[in-house]
Design a protein around this ligand. Structure first.
Ligand code: ZN
Length: 136
């Protein structure tokens, strides 16, 4: 909804999905960042990496809201909030801790989920998935 943009980053947070250390999906919010594990744990357990599903789960868990929740893959915003992202967001996309709303860039509330197979469950065999690691 336009007109109700959160002015400050109240509790910014990031959940980064990585494959071999490379971010392939980044979920960034400006409110509810303290709930990053609420999002990261089910994603890690169920190997969810589909952007639509991730977006829905994040909103359900209070990790961000429709105004601030951003889901990006390595090229594009799949979901974007009301505020235009600065160029620094893209320059630092591979930094799982970098948040444009935080002074100095390093966010306090973040989780990294390292997927054993790019794309998570859809392309993965069961034994590969056993190696999924969640850092929270
Ligand atoms: Zn918000």
């Amino acid at each position: 909804m336009k007109g109700s943009i959160p002015k400050s980053a109240d509790t910014p947070g990031i959940v980064a999905l990585t494959f071999k250390g490379e971010v392939f999906l980044k979920i960034t919010c400006a409110c509810g960042g303290e709930f990053h594990t609420r999002l990261a744990l089910p994603l890690g357990l169920d190997k969810v990496s589909d952007a639509d599903e991730v977006y829905k789960i994040a909103l359900q868990d209070g990790f961000g809201c429709k105004q601030c929740l951003v889901v990006s893959d390595a090229r594009d915003n799949l979901y974007e909030g009301d505020e235009k992202l600065p160029a620094s967001y893209w320059e630092n996309l591979q930094d799982p801790q970098y948040h444009p709303g935080v002074k100095g860039g390093a966010v306090e509330h973040f989780s990294i989920i390292d997927y054993p197979v790019k794309g998570g469950k859809k392309d993965a065999s069961k034994e590969n998935l056993a190696d999924t690691k969640v850092t929270a």
